[in-house]
Design a protein around this ligand. Structure first.
Ligand code: R5P
Length: 314
């Protein structure tokens, strides 16, 4: 067993790290993480962490490359300070969409980031709803991937929508849609999405499933420009859906997303606090923010005490 837990964070999402610590009823550790005027990152732990079970909470969010570098340097500093074990807690794993070589001469950056994290000295990773489950295999150290979709499903269950249709925003989310529909006693629909080359433009071409007169819930792992979801909303409305709600875990939300999604065609938007909002909030559509802090905190406690993380979802 390691000595007590110690939780630290860089500059990615202090509010989430503090909420996790409140849930765990322990203080957030003291650590300086700042940039010199030449943009080099400096890190110094201000608490003794020798032999401690150290958790570094740092989603890889905007500015992505700086926050990634902060994480690497925090891991390195913890290693050199003789931490007993280092767990990188990464609620949002950026570069997840670059997870395969699907065109000539392109990188697999999700794998490269995994190599960075391991080389820096992390012993474990705890993450949440990665873009694709297979990214787990890019790591040769233990990795626990949590999911916020049971929270999202519970949010909708409490609304008692009669047999809603859970809509996968693209084919990759079909299995997830089926699971959520099972929890809500609903049906599924699957959107066939096409992306234009390497641009941000995505279009819902067609859909499998009946939505006329039904309450629909579009689900996705993340929303960036909102193009994927906005296009699915248009398709659902054109096929006679009576209401359209949108739920995703990671609110990456570029400025454009607020233009295309904050419309009367959308009845509700639901997302989590896995990452901070950079470009404001939705003004017109009712929005629900679900906190993943208790889920992540419980998983960290189980990792520390050798409990089952899988049991959190049973
Ligand atoms: C892609 O496969 C992802 O699951 C999301 O659908 C995508 O990242 C959303 O991006 P955007 O909001 O820019 O369409």
């Amino acid at each position: 067993m390691f000595q007590e837990m110690a939780v630290f964070t860089g500059n990615a999402h202090r509010d989430l790290a503090e909420a996790i610590c409140r849930h765990l009823e322990m203080p957030l550790g003291d650590c300086e993480v700042f940039e010199f005027s030449n943009e080099e990152v400096f890190v110094r732990y201000l608490d003794n962490i020798r032999e401690r079970d150290v958790f570094i909470v740092q989603p890889i969010v905007s500015p992505v490359n700086t926050r990634l570098m902060e994480l690497m340097i925090m891991i390195d500093a913890a290693k050199r300070a003789s931490a007993g074990r280092i767990t990188a807690v990464i609620p949002y794993y950026a570069y997840g969409r670059s997870d395969k070589k699907d065109q000539p001469r392109v990188p697999v950056t999700a794998r490269l980031v995994a190599n960075f994290i391991e080389s820096a000295g992390a012993d474990r990773v705890l993450t949440l709803d990665m873009h694709a489950g297979q990214i787990q295999g890019f790591f040769n150290i233990p990795l626990d991937e949590l999911t916020a979709f049971p929270l999202i499903a519970e949010h909708f269950r409490q609304k008692n929508l009669p047999a809603p249709v859970v809509v996968a925003a693209d084919v990759g989310r079909a299995k997830l849609a089926r699971e959520i529909a099972g929890r809500l006693g609903g049906d599924i629909a699957i959107v066939d999405k096409k992306r234009d080359g390497n641009t941000d433009h995505a279009e819902a071409l067609t859909m499998i499933g009946e939505v006329e007169g039904r309450d629909c819930l579009i689900i996705d792992d993340e929303v960036l420009t909102g193009g994927t979801v906005a296009s699915a909303v248009r398709l659902l409305r054109s096929r006679g859906a009576s209401s359209v709600r949108v739920a995703f875990v990671h609110p990456v939300l570029a400025e454009k997303a607020f233009t295309v999604l904050d419309t009367s065609d959308v009845d509700e938007i639901v997302y989590t606090d896995s990452m901070p909002l950079v470009h404001g909030t939705f003004k017109n559509v009712p929005t629900s923010l679900l906190s993943v802090a208790p889920l992540i905190g419980d998983a960290m406690h189980r990792i520390h005490t050798g409990g089952s993380v899988g049991a959190l979802f049973r």
